[in-house]
Design a protein around this ligand. Sequence first.
Ligand SMILES: *Cc1c(COP(=O)(O)O)cnc(C)c1O
Length: 396
Amino acid sequence: MSNFISELASELNLRKQDHLYRQRLVVDESTAAKLKINGKSYVNFCSNDYLGLASDAKLKLALQQATEKYGVGSGASQLVCGYSQSHQQLELELADFLQRPRAVVFSSGFLANLGVISSLLNKNDSAYLDRLNHASIIDGVKFSGAKFERYAHKNVEDLERRLKKPNSGKNLVISDGVFSMDGDIAPMSQLTQLTKQHDALLMIDDAHGVGVLGKNARGCIELANTETQKVDILVGTFGKAFGTCGAFVSGKEEIIETIIQKSRTLIYTTALPAAITETTRASLKLIRTESWRRDKLNSNIEYFKRQSERNGINLSGSSTAIQPIIVGSSEASLALSEALKHAGLLVIAIRPPTVAKNSARLRITLSAAHDQNQIDLLVSTLSAQLKSLGLATKHD
Ligand SMILES: *Cc1c(COP(=O)(O)O)cnc(C)c1O
């Protein structure tokens, strides 16, 4: 074997030894809150399809009809001929929904973060990142060549100390809205205040908040009663609550136009199919009109938390659909995930480097599509398994 290949082989072996090897499940089929793997059916507690829209009948129909009109692919970049009336309408409707000046659609959230940050910052500028920000934000900053510092999670004093240091270039503070592996929410009012005080722009990636949080589902900005114009850049994705795929960035005219002019991940990638942007428009309509989905999600979150507490399961205090059970070791998190799978429950173990060392966890996500029986089965199985591993506390 060449050195190159044998080096890869030994690295792969190390991963296996450390219980960090990753494998993709092959899903046979999926419907709301359930999926089938190897012919066996599981209740799905690891999808980000918070509102059950990914398998909604109206959206399936919207996709079929849009395919008749636009075909299955967009054929080119947005800047060549991949940008349709549907893309444009979706951008206008998003801006209206969010009450923000403008929006631009990207093919994914990962590409959006890379594109925005690298269009706005260069090597003379600085980015300040929450330590638990999504990987795509860190990669976006690296892609831009800007200097960057990571402040302690949600620690505004640490951020302020860093912002006070003299600095010549432009400054951008970036935070997840809802943190994707912990489910907690950024300190919105302190972030807006600090960034205005220190002449920095604020970017919030609210991939897990838009569509779900706030009275009108506008996300963590609305939930915190923050004036939306105090958040200079808002990123959201369609692959989660919207149930489709793709992403958007919204902000002032100058910001959005700069992104369209300069973003390599917008210019040099094929546009989303118009069939998908049409389906996403239909999804946005459901988000705006069918608030019962959010009510159902919230009552499922409440029910899960209440039943867990009654059964000695240690929760993290998250109030969102993301409910991590921190286990610590990767090995134990895998064993738990396997035991749940045996009981017909799909919950994935999240291990380093996605989360910090010794903080491997089960990441449970709740959906409007779950019913109480499914949540009961999750709680009773989880409680029994945690007890047998000596990881549950409290009574009985
Ligand atoms: C999922 C996620 C992304 C990436 O979005 P994709 O559309 O899946 O590429 C970006 N940021 C956060 C916070 C996310 O959770």
